[in-house]
Design a protein around this ligand. Structure first.
Ligand code: HEC
Ligand code: HEC
Length: 353
C-alpha cells in the first residue's frame, strides 16, 4: 500500500472514530492520561480459596437415598436417633451441645462437629481416624453411645424389611451386588453429605465481589492473617486440611490425647485435626470437648496456646467479626427433610435396652 492509500484509510478510521463523539481529541502536546490502575487484589485472598461448585458425582437417586438415611431414626437401635439428631441441618450441622445424647441418653467425650462442608476435610473425626465420609458413616450406627446397633447385620435387616428402601437402593446402586448393604448405606450417606456445602459472603469476596465483606470484616481478616491464624486455618476450608497439636506453644490442659490414640506415635499426643472455620460462629460450643462457650474466648485461647500471643480486646472483636462472614447458606431444597418409607410387617421393633 502506498502513502496515499494509507492516508485515506487513516482519514476514514479517524472520521468514523469521531462521529458523534462529543469530546474533542486531546491536544497533541498533552499525552493521554494513563488508564486508571486496576484495583490491587487484596494480598490475603491468595491464602484461601472459594468453595468449588458442589461436585455432581452421584446420581440423584443415590443422593436422595442418602438424604433419607441421614434423617432416619431407624438407623439407631431404639429408632430414636438419626444422624440429623446430632447434626441437624437446620442448625448448621451441629446440635449446640458440648457433647450429644446418644442411645439411652449416653454421651461420648467429644463435641459433635458440623457435617456441613465436611467433604473438604483431610479426614473425618477430631482425630482423623476415618479417611473418608463413607468410612465415617459406618461408625455412629454401631457406636454404643450413639445409635447402638449390635452389628451391621441388624441394620441391614431393618433396611431390607422396609419395602421403600429396597426399591431406593436398587435405583441408587444398580450395579452393586447386592444393591442394599452396610457399605452402600454408608456410600449413599457420604454422597449426600458431599453436597452439604454452604457458600458464604467470604466466598463471594474471594470470587471477586469486593463489597461482599464489610470494612469491619476486612479489618478482622487482616487481624486474623497478621496474628498468624492462617498457619493452620487457611485454604478452601479455612482449616480442615492438617493435624496440629492443641497447645503448640503453651501446653493446653485436656485429658483427650487426640490422634495419639489412633497412631500410638508420641508426636501425636494432643494432636487434633484443625477444624474448618466455615460456619464456626454458629457451631459452638467449641473445641473437641465443647468446653468453650464464647467465640471471643476461643479466639483469645487460640492466640495464646497456638501462637503465644495475647490479643487485645479490639483484635479479638475484629477476628470474631471476620469469622461471622464465614457463615454460609445450605440450599434449602437440598437440606429438606424427606418423607421416609414406611416400615414393613417384619421390620424389627425399637429396642430400648
Ligand atoms: C449421638 C450423636 C451423634 C450421632 C447420632 C451421629 N454423630 Fe456424627 N459425630 C458425633 C460426634 C461426637 C463426632 C465427633 C467424634 C470424634 O471425633 O471422635 C461426630 C463426627 C462426625 C463427622 C466428622 C466431622 C468432622 O469434621 O470430622 C461426620 C461427617 C459425622 N459425624 C456424620 C455422622 C453421620 C453420617 C451420622 C449417622 C450415620 C452421625 N454422624 C451420627 C456425634 C454423632
Ligand atoms: C498451630 C495451629 C493453629 C493455629 C495457629 C490456630 N489454630 Fe485454631 N485450631 C487449631 C486446632 C488443632 C483446633 C482444634 C483443637 C481442639 O479442638 O482440640 C483449633 C480450633 C479452633 C477453633 C474452634 C473450632 C471448633 O469448631 O471448635 C477456632 C474458632 C479457632 N481454632 C480459631 C483460630 C484463630 C482465630 C486463630 C488465630 C488467633 C487460630 N485458630 C490459630 C489449630 C490452630
Amino acid at each position: 500500500m502506498n502513502a496515499r492509500q494509507l492516508m485515506i484509510i487513516l482519514v476514514v478510521l479517524v472520521g468514523f472514530g469521531c462521529e458523534g463523539d462529543p469530546t474533542p481529541p486531546p491536544a497533541s502536546s498533552t499525552p493521554a492520561p494513563p488508564p486508571a490502575p486496576a484495583p490491587e487484589p487484596n494480598p490475603h485472598a491468595s491464602l484461601f480459596a472459594a468453595l468449588p461448585a458442589a461436585p455432581a458425582t452421584a446420581s440423584a437417586a443415590r443422593i436422595d437415598l442418602g438424604r433419607m438415611l441421614y434423617m432416619d431414626k431407624r438407623l439407631s437401635k431404639n429408632h430414636d436417633i438419626a444422624c440429623a439428631s446430632c447434626h441437624p441441618l437446620d442448625g448448621f450441622g451441629a446440635d449446640g451441645q458440648p457433647t450429644s445424647p446418644g442411645h439411652k441418653g449416653a454421651r461420648g467425650t467429644r463435641n459433635s462437629p458440623t457435617t456441613l462442608n465436611s467433604a473438604l476435610n483431610v479426614a473425618q473425626f477430631w482425630d482423623g481416624r476415618a479417611a473418608t465420609l463413607a468410612d465415617q458413616a459406618k461408625g455412629p450406627v454401631l457406636n454404643p453411645v450413639e445409635m447402638a446397633h449390635k452389628d451391621e447385620a441388624s441394620v441391614v435387616i431393618i433396611l431390607q424389611t422396609i419395602p421403600g428402601y429396597v426399591t431406593a437402593f436398587a435405583a441408587a446402586f444398580p450395579d452393586a451386588d447386592p444393591p442394599l448393604s452396610y457399605d452402600t448405606m454408608a456410600e449413599a450417606i457420604a454422597v449426600f453429605e458431599a453436597g452439604l456445602v454452604t457458600p458464604s459472603r467470604f466466598d463471594a469476596w474471594l470470587s471477586g465481589t469486593p463489597d461482599a465483606l464489610t470494612e469491619a470484616e476486612l479489618v478482622g481478616l487482616d487481624t486474623f492473617v497478621r496474628t498468624g491464624c492462617t498457619a493452620c486455618h487457611a485454604g478452601v476450608g479455612i482449616g480442615g486440611a492438617s493435624y496440629q497439636k492443641l497447645g503448640l506453644v503453651k501446653p493446653y490442659p485436656t485429658a483427650d490425647e487426640g490422634r495419639f490414640a489412633v497412631t500410638g506415635e508420641e508426636a501425636d499426643r494432643f494432636v487434633f485435626k484443625v477444624p474448618s472455620l466455615r460456619n464456626v460462629a454458629q457451631t459452638g460450643p467449641w473445641l473437641h470437648d465443647g468446653s468453650v462457650t464464647d467465640l471471643g474466648e476461643m479466639v483469645a485461647l487460640m492466640a495464646r496456646f497456638q501462637l503465644g500471643k495475647e490479643l487485645q480486646q479490639d483484635e479479638i472483636g475484629a477476628i470474631v467479626t471476620f469469622l461471622g462472614s464465614l457463615t454460609g447458606e445450605l440450599d434449602a431444597d437440598y437440606g429438606v427433610t424427606p418423607e421416609l418409607p414406611a416400615s414393613g410387617p417384619n421390620t424389627p421393633k425399637p429396642d430400648p435396652s
